[in-house]
Design a binder for this molecule. Structure first.
Ligand code: SF4
Ligand code: SF4
Length: 386
């Protein structure tokens, strides 16, 4: 006999708690992005240095040359380490319970559930092959990043575009990324977590690791009443009701199925030695691992949140470090601190007198510009080596 779940309130509270956690991560990440663009007293590092995927893109360069790709910092590797630890234990719990891009899509998905009574399901003939696309994207990025030693994904990255929504770089550097972001969010209104399911290379990477993940959703078919509530709740369309164990790399451990099942102890998350873990504890431990890794490395000074200004870099080493140049610096500042004459900048970048005194990003991102801030860094690096 199946035992009706008497804890609907508890399930609702768990769902609400998860949503609150997701929104906190999204707001935190958004605030960091805004401070990077508009901060005055303290400027955090850019989105690339705070993206775990940067660790994957930069791994080849680090192994072969001992150097990270431009814009990537140790923080990317630390974040990557944290989510790999989470994936080994709780599979893709990072995707389901931490990732801010996933949250954005989920919020649009919730809007869709309000608008449409019955949302369409992607036909399986299209859905199945599309799911492999994220692995292809992952492979292409790893290979091309290794060949070209640059952040090849940057212009296409919807998360980088999100962090530049209010910046002049949006249309000059992130136009494609912006379209991917807009399309993914709009499509998520109809098909939950569209980008996660089909395109996210990080999801592909974590999906591969999740195959050895310790905890999995399981179903007691003896007590299941085939109500399909789990299938309906699953944002990545896993047919939980027809499985005994959710082993697919698609599961993002969001716990929505468990928190929707009306029969007690029918769906649960189980790990080694048949140890069960409650949905709240699973999400809590995932967040704790993430916070502990980031927190401890912040305390030791390995994880750097703040950008090193051009002046601070100069103070430390006695000469200008081209990597500390940002779009906020003016050409005049760079010229004075590097000793490279004004005329060299004017000639190389075709600047007017006003542009020489304005932040680099203003001329780098005006329509028709033939250079960006990275070109200025490269120019300074070359000149200083001579
Ligand atoms: S199977 Fe359950 S835990 Fe996995 S993604 Fe679907 S709803 Fe979330
Ligand atoms: S929610 Fe899923 S597992 Fe739970 S009773 Fe309904 S069909 Fe069975």
């Amino acid at each position: 006999m199946s035992e009706k779940n008497t804890n609907k309130k508890k399930q609702k509270a768990r769902k609400a708690l998860r949503l609150i956690i997701l929104i906190i991560f999204l707001l935190f990440s958004t605030a960091i992005g805004l401070l990077h663009q508009y901060g005055k007293n303290w400027i955090p590092v850019g989105v690339d240095a705070l993206c775990p995927f940067g660790g994957i893109e930069s791994a080849y360069a680090l192994i072969t040359s001992g150097e990270m790709l431009p814009r990537i910092a140790l923080s990317s590797f630390i974040l990557l380490g944290a989510i790999v630890i989470i994936a080994v234990i709780f599979r893709r719990s990072f995707c389901g319970n931490v990732c801010a891009l996933g949250t954005l899509q989920e919020l649009f998905g919730r809007l869709g559930r309000l608008i449409f009574k019955k949302r369409p399901v992607m036909p399986s003939g299209i859905d199945k092959p599309l799911r492999y696309l994220k692995y292809l994207v992952l492979l292409a990025i790893v290979v091309f990043s290794a060949i070209y030693a640059t952040l090849i994904i940057r212009p296409f990255d919807p998360w980088a575009a999100y962090h530049h929504l209010l910046s002049p770089e949006l249309f000059s550097e992130f136009l494609v990324g912006f379209f991917i972001l807009a399309a993914s969010l709009l499509l998520s209104v109809v098909f939950d977590r569209f980008f996660c399911k089909y395109l996210c290379p990080m999801g592909g990477f974590l999906g591969i690791i999740s195959k050895i993940g310790l905890f999995k959703v399981k179903r007691n078919k003896g007590t299941c009443i085939d109500c399909m509530a789990c299938n309906k709740a699953c944002p990545v369309n896993i047919p939980v009701q027809s499985l005994e164990k959710v082993t697919t790399a698609e599961c993002i451990q969001c716990m929505e199925c468990i928190n929707s099942c009306p029969v007690k102890n029918t769906l649960y998350n189980e790990g080694p030695s048949k140890k069960r873990i409650s949905p709240t504890l699973l999400i809590g431990i995932s967040v704790l691992i993430f916070a502990a890794v980031v927190g401890s490395t912040t305390l030791t000074g390995t994880f750097k949140w703040g950008e090193v200004s051009i002046e601070e870099g100069l103070k430390k080493t006695g000469e200008l470090d081209p990597d500390t140049i940002t779009g906020r610096n003016t050409f005049r500042q760079v010229s004075e601190l590097s000793g490279i004459p004004k005329e060299a900048f004017i000639e190389r970048f075709g600047l007017s007198g006003d542009e020489f005194d304005a932040p680099i990003r203003e001329s780098a991102h005006k329509e028709g510009s033939t250079f960006d801030t990275d070109d200025v860094k490269e120019f300074v690096r070359e000149k200083m080596q001579r």
